[in-house]
Design a protein. Structure first.
Length: 353
């Protein structure tokens, strides 16, 4: 069977490194999809210069798959329509898939039908062991290229060792891996596993460590591979944090690439901004309350900026923690260069049209 291949333009973008926001879900007060604002979000990300979109992932809410909501197809289809209208072949289209092998394959078939380039496989599968996760990736990889996902354990991700990532990266259809364990040791184990697979030249590394974005983008990983010692870097980020401040994120990633090429001014600028971005993230992601307000926090930032009408989630119990809205307002004021307020205010009406 032929190995699914990325479109040439998408492959170049993924390898070069891109800002890929994890797309939120716009809802009405009745917890139905707000199509107008959902489209506006996609238009914002594309206008901001995002190199890809990840739709149907954790930030989109896993509950879109529940029968009472039945939103996975409408959400994926709406984003695909806006991507088609954008007419930029360089933008990578990524669909999240979840569940056991049967469910993940069905969702990958839907993504293929809707024109997505690759699938991001969620590791949060109740009762699944690493062997099952590998079998599922192989099955999905018969349909579309695959992006791996190391999800932090605080929100249900399993601990996956270096051996798992070595086997995962060895799957021929794997084109990238998102590291989001929020743990430096586990991040290093993932990178070492990819290197040991012998496919480091074919598997792009993307940070999903929202608490260490700049650190990841500036890091060099000196690791062993079958071809000898290697130095690996994160090419870009696939992040819930980059669902806000997306235009600022594009500029930050460009500086990270300049820094990696030896630009001392870019490096100094990134170092100055590194902790500022962590401060923004702590307000949005709510780590002080075990990330209970993470999705609502993304919504609240976008609500304060006018892109969303409210912070409603499909799970009515999923909401902001006490004081979180005030923290988000604080970091918007403290770090205007990271939040896109001016850019959004200039274009909001056209995106909502």
């Amino acid at each position: 069977m032929a190995i699914p291949q990325l479109r040439d333009a998408a492959a170049r973008t993924l390898a070069r490194g891109a800002v890929i926001p994890a797309h939120p879900l716009a809802l009405t007060a009745q917890r139905r999809m707000d199509e107008r604002r959902q489209r506006a979000l996609t238009r914002y990300y594309l206008a901001a210069g995002a190199g890809g979109l990840a739709v149907g992932v954790h930030t989109t809410q896993f509950e879109i798959r529940d029968p009472q909501h039945a939103l996975i197809e409408p959400v994926l289809a709406l984003a695909a329509e806006e991507l088609d209208a954008h007419h930029d072949p360089d933008v990578v289209r990524i669909a999240g898939v979840a569940g056991d092998v049967r469910q993940a394959v069905a969702e990958a078939e839907l993504a293929l039908e809707l024109g997505y380039d690759a699938v991001l496989v969620s590791p949060r599968v109740p009762g699944a062991d690493p062997s099952m996760l590998l079998d599922r990736a192989r099955a999905v990889g018969e349909l579309l290229p695959v992006i791996g996902f190391y999800l932090q354990s605080a929100i249900g991700g399993p601990v996956l060792d270096r051996g798992f990532w070595r086997e995962f990266a060895a799957i021929p259809s794997v084109v990238a891996v998102k590291a989001a364990p929020f743990d430096r040791y586990r991040t290093l184990e993932l990178v070492r596993g990819v290197a040991e697979s012998g496919r480091a030249n074919e598997v792009a590394l993307y940070t999903g460590n929202d608490d260490a974005i700049v650190s990841d983008l500036m890091s060099e990983f000196h690791v062993a591979s079958p071809q000898g010692p290697r130095t690996l870097r994160f090419a870009g980020g696939l992040l819930g944090q980059w669902a806000v401040g997306t235009r600022a994120a594009v500029e930050l990633l460009e500086r990270a690439h300049r820094s990696a090429a030896g630009d001392a001014d870019a490096r100094a600028s990134l170092l100055r901004q590194s902790v500022d971005l962590v401060d923004v993230n702590q307000a949005v992601f709510d780590p002080g309350n075990d990330f209970r307000g993470v999705i609502a926090g993304v919504h609240e930032m976008l609500r304060q900026q006018g892109l969303l009408e409210g912070i409603w989630c499909l799970d009515p119990h999923e909401t902001l923690s006490p004081g979180q809205a005030e923290e988000i307002a604080r970091v918007r004021t403290a770090y205007p260069e990271l939040n896109d307020d001016d850019f959004i205010s200039q274009h909001l009406d056209e995106w909502l049209r």
